[in-house]
Write a protein that binds this ligand. Structure first.
Ligand code: HEC
Length: 117
């Protein structure tokens, strides 16, 4: 890099920044398929108890029963735990929780209803 060309250097530097932001971007909007990402996170942390494709033989809660209106309940239970379920605060990030929720919505019993009580 020749010091006589500071603008070229600046431009290359900014390009590198943009590229880094794209490659390491973890904003929700940049993920091609949030539900697919959620499925992977679910597989790592939740599947042992909640079962493959959210189907378990009754040893834990059936996540397909969560209604589209129960997102706050979902977030609260995941963060703070419930009875036999450990709290996930500090393990599952807020954005990872959104991915898991997106995955759950694809398999939910009420998935066809956009608004349900
Ligand atoms: C160690 C086993 C175990 C793991 C791992 C686990 N859960 Fe659970 N989960 C349970 C059990 C048991 C219940 C039922 C709690 C109850 O109602 O007594 C439950 C309940 C829930 C509920 C419903 C709570 C409510 O509001 O009634 C949600 C939501 C949930 N789990 C999400 C998750 C997510 C997301 C993960 C992965 C990050 C996860 N769980 C991992 C055992 C587990």
């Amino acid at each position: 890099m020749t010091p006589s060309n500071p603008f070229k250097f600046l431009s290359l530097f900014l390009n590198a920044c943009v590229l880094t932001a794209i490659l390491t971007g973890n904003s929700f909007a940049q993920v091609a398929d949030p539900a697919e990402k959620g499925e992977r996170i679910y597989g790592n942390y939740c599947m042992t108890c909640h079962g493959e494709s959210l189907i378990n033989s009754g040893q834990s809660f059936d996540l397909r029963k969560l209604k589209v209106t129960e997102k706050a309940r979902f977030e609260n239970s995941v963060q703070n735990g419930k009875n036999q379920m450990p709290p996930w605060k500090g393990v599952i990030s807020a954005s990872d929780m959104q991915y898991i929720w997106a995955y759950i919505r694809t398999l939910a019993n009420d998935k066809d209803q956009m608004t349900s009580e």
